[in-house]
Design a binder for this molecule. Structure first.
Ligand code: PGA
Length: 256
């Protein structure tokens, strides 16, 4: 696992955007897109590069990670609407190349299988962007998720529902979701996880330095061949081997 330590959220966005841009400029690319606060600075930086440096997403196919069950794609709080607001509507990624699980599908189990198949049909994900929940989840793979799980219906953890309560009217936070599984995430050719703030520090420590365990779903990235974790000082603050990561980063930057 490669750890990149940054001074600010903006710098996290720049370092993550560098990895994404490098792949997008190589030719047709499949991106896995996370929603939420964590990738915001990354998406802002990609939008800036689109506007100012001609970075084009015309040949990008994108798959989001997850969706609330019961919400139509055009619901304000759906992750389909969210990713459009945060990134897609500000770049030249054609809407018919954006794939999101349908939270309002009549048959959610069939919808999960359909979504999984559409990722496979696109040839798999080249770069998967990830955030991490304070409880260690990635996507909506809550603690005790199978480490080889596929896209499926999941019950949201109480902590996740509490963390997202601010986006919904009282009592309206969905209880179920569709999420890509930890197996899907593991198959992405590159994984880039961004984390910001002290409230993610314990989860980041478990992910990077704890045992591989379904108790911290993000720890499955220890098994990934090309995982990069980009952190601000708060998110990095509980890591035991900070000095080692810093030294490795300096050497890597010199080699680049
Ligand atoms: P956040 O959520 O990026 O909004 O902090 C991350 C997550 O819960 O996966």
């Amino acid at each position: 696992m490669q750890i990149i330590l940054c001074d600010t959220a903006a710098e996290v966005g720049v370092r993550a955007a560098d990895i994404i841009e490098a792949r997008v400029r190589q030719g047709p690319a499949v991106l896995g897109l996370a929603t939420g606060g964590s990738p915001e600075s990354t998406y802002q930086e990609l939008i800036r590069r689109h506007r100012e440096q001609g970075l084009s997403f015309a040949d990008v196919t994108a798959f989001t990670l997850d969706e609330y069950a019961g919400l139509a794609a055009d619901h304000e709080q759906s992750y389909c609407s969210t990713i459009r607001r945060e990134l897609v509507d500000h770049v030249d990624l054609p809407l018919d190349q954006l794939h999101t699980p349908r939270g309002d599908a009549a048959d959610l189990v069939a919808e999960a299988d359909r979504f999984d198949a559409s990722i496979a049909a696109a040839g798999g994900v080249d770069v998967q962007i990830l955030g991490i929940g304070a409880n260690g989840h990635i996507g909506f793979n809550e603690p005790t998720s199978s480490l080889s799980s596929r896209t499926r219906v999941k019950t949201l953890a109480g902590k996740t529902r509490a963390d997202n309560a601010g986006y919904f009217a009282e009592g309206q936070v969905p209880r179920l979701c569709l999420t890509q599984g930890l197996g899907n995430i593991g198959e992405a050719r590159r994984a880039v996880l961004v984390a910001l703030g002290k409230n993610k520090a314990a989860a980041v420590r478990s992910m990077v330095e704890g045992p591989v365990s379904a108790w911290c779903p993000a720890s499955v990235l220890q098994l990934h061949r090309r995982a990069v974790v980009v952190l601000d000082p708060g998110a990095a603050s509980e890591l035991a081997l900070l000095d080692y990561y810093r030294e490795a980063q300096d050497l890597n930057d010199q080699l680049a």
